[in-house]
Design a protein around this ligand. Structure first.
Ligand code: CP
Length: 308
């Protein structure tokens, strides 16, 4: 029985197997339409979500399973003071697998300690978002055609952006990967990530504040929203929120085969005029998220080897 709390819980081989399975599902979805018949996915979302919760639900429904859950702490007994540990013990009585999003870093890890069924971290505070990472890996693997030898520019809120932290951790395993970290001073990546992951593993990276200057170098531009909900005061958020706005003009020097990713939701950081650019991949990325989660559910339920 496996949980997925941090992308590093999966070996490179396991990640590659999940991506390979996702591609098989994409090529032949009807073949997998009954794999999870009789299984239930519980979505426990203590924080708002559109893509993650609904793509998990779509994934389970596509596999022939069923879903149940709550979409806010207010609509669950957390509002009466029930702990995560007690909640997960109860959900174990109702479901076969759980996806949990929580504003507190480490809450899905706590849940996993009390759970007899797989717990998937669907985003914990400003920490990790491993299923977004699988989505991003699948997107790059499909669009760029490789995960090796990529120069990835992360732009925006690299301090609170959990999708960035997760993806950096996952990408350092692939040879030839370089990072360009584009942010204002206040929103640089956390020191632990710089020291324990990038410096410790000798990964090439640079930290800059000018997006246009580095644009020609990038194979992937990963834009992020400034995470309003993680700021301690609104004044700082307002000052920083529009630091980077990607528009057509800024893309003039970008490679023709560079892809623009964004975990979404977008606020102002990508102008709507960019959506028609063939390099804009963020809506395709959301579609890849369904297949990545289908493959993950099958894998964690131990159904990957089942003949279909
Ligand atoms: N990418 C992502 O986590 O989006 P949601 O917050 O809508 O789930």
């Amino acid at each position: 029985m496996r949980h997925l709390i941090n992308p590093m819980d999966l070996s490179t081989e396991e990640v590659n197997n999940i991506l390979a399975l996702a591609k098989k599902i994409m090529a032949n979805p009807e073949k997998y339409a009954h794999v999870c018949e009789g299984k239930k996915l519980a979505t426990l979302f203590y924080e708002p979500s559109t893509r993650t919760r609904l793509s998990f639900e779509a994934a389970m429904l596509n596999l022939g399973g069923k879903t149940l859950g709550f979409h806010s702490a207010d609509s669950s007994s957390a509002s009466k003071g029930e702990s995560v540990a007690d909640t997960i013990r109860i959900i174990n009585c109702y479901a076969d697998i759980v996806a949990m999003r929580h504003p507190k870093e480490g809450a899905p890890l706590v849940a996993s300690k009390y759970s007899r069924i797989p717990v998937i971290n669907a985003g914990d505070g400003g920490h990790m978002h491993p299923t977004q990472t699988l989505t991003d890996l699948l997107t790059m693997s499909e669009l760029n055609g490789r995960l090796e030898n990529l120069t990835i520019g992360f732009c925006g809120d690299l301090k609170f952006g959990r999708t960035v932290h997760s993806l950096i951790n996952a990408m350092v395993r692939y040879p030839g990967v370089k990072f360009v970290l584009i942010s204002p001073e206040e929103l640089k990546i956390p020191a632990y990530l710089r020291e324990e992951t990038l410096d410790a593993k000798g990964i090439p990276y640079k930290e800059v504040s000018n997006l246009e200057a580095v644009m020609p170098e990038l194979d992937v531009l990963y834009m992020t929203r400034v995470q309003k909900e993680r700021f301690f005061n609104e004044e700082d958020y307002i000052r920083l929120k529009d630091t980077f706005i990607l528009d057509k003009k800024k893309l003039e020097n970008a490679k023709q085969d560079m892809y623009i990713l964004h975990p979404l939701p977008r606020v102002n950081e990508i102008a709507v005029e960019v959506d028609d650019d063939p390099r804009a991949a963020y809506f395709r990325q959301a579609q890849f998220g369904v297949y990545a989660r289908m493959a993950l559910i099958i894998t964690l339920l131990g159904l990957a080897d089942k003949e279909v």
